[in-house]
Ligand binder design. Sequence first.
Ligand code: NAD
Length: 403
Amino acid sequence: MSYERKKILVLGAGYAGLSTVAKLQKIIGVQEADITLINKNEYHYESTWLHETAAGSMNWEEGVYPIAKVVDNMKTRFIPAEVTKINRDEQTVETTQGVFEFDTLVVALGFESESFGIKGMDEFATTIVSPQTAVETREEIEKNFINYKTSKDPKDLSILVGGAGFTGVEFLGELVETLPVLCKAHGIDYNNVKITCVEAMPSMLPMFSDELTKHAVDFLEARGVEFMLGTAITAANENGFVVKVNDEEKQLEASSVVWTAGVRGSRLMEESFEGVKRGRIVVKEDLTIDGYPNIFAIGDVAAVMNGTGENARPYPTTAQIAMQLGEHTAKNIKLQLNGEKTEGFEYDDKGTVCSLGANDGVGVVLGREIKGKSAAFMKKVIDTRAVLKIGGIVLGATKGKFL
Ligand code: NAD
């Protein structure tokens, strides 16, 4: 009897892809399948820590670890390469390091910044979507603060943050901690710093109660952040943002302009599949793509629906759900290898915490509202748990947040 090992190809080593591989390595025998993981960098980065790098409270190296530390060479081959094309019917994937065949494909290519076609945004604003863009954001702020010493132009001490979603708020929380330090180092009076956050919706952090949102707003306002809610950004230029207030356009001036108001799934999704919106494809309950029982889409490239019918809404794309999707995908692949039926995904929502710097935050954990120091502590637990779950005890001990 001829016996051929199945080829499992995993694209992307973010929370979803790496969780898939980590789980597959535990439940699949060497003889059962060949696992290949393709990722454009040789390292995994904690995308939920990027706001810390962008604000200067963490070096980018602290939030990354080599993928090799997670890969079991007996079971998995890791290829550092960029995916350029997915041929779903031919069952091949083209990359900068050649073409790979698959029997089972896991698409976990993650997120990118989305500027919704707003004029000048890609050109004039920095983002917080990768270690590189986070470092760019930090360097831009630092450069402008240093410029201020000679220019004395208030614009150089002004920072505009577009969007008051989780990324924007967590970034602001770090900024109000690190900017006073930066000012001190350069002999700048922090009172001259102007931080403005512009949000299109009339309120922010809609997933939290009024009390928690108020805590976050009060915390940030007390440290100098000004919020402009119900204000849509319509353009970016060399002077800052153009916003719309009461149907009138207004120029907001700042040298440092950061866009945290939009993310989308990988652009490769539109090129590879049909029915993709903003890089996300609706997946079936077992996380496969309709008509392709051998292709799973997970993490930020997937719209995993909560509920059915007209009321169904996609779950938000978080690290927590991405890791659960990865583990579930590994279990379903194992079932398929055994010739058994795949199972539907059920999300176990353990809660969410939005940090406000290192020592404060707001959140809901296991159904309980928390704020202040306990929220900051829980955030560290969540961050450390992510490293532990994927990388095991050794990485947890070196990269965790309780060192
Ligand atoms: P988001 O889409 O959640 O928030 C973007 C914000 O920008 C929204 O409030 C939106 O109204 C606003 N906006 C959009 N266009 C605008 C415009 N033209 N002018 C002004 N404001 C505009 O994006 P995000 O914060 O990057 O989060 C992405 C996902 O990642 C979410 O699902 C989030 O829950 C998750 N996340 C979670 C955490 C955490 O758990 N701590 C941290 C970061 C991100």
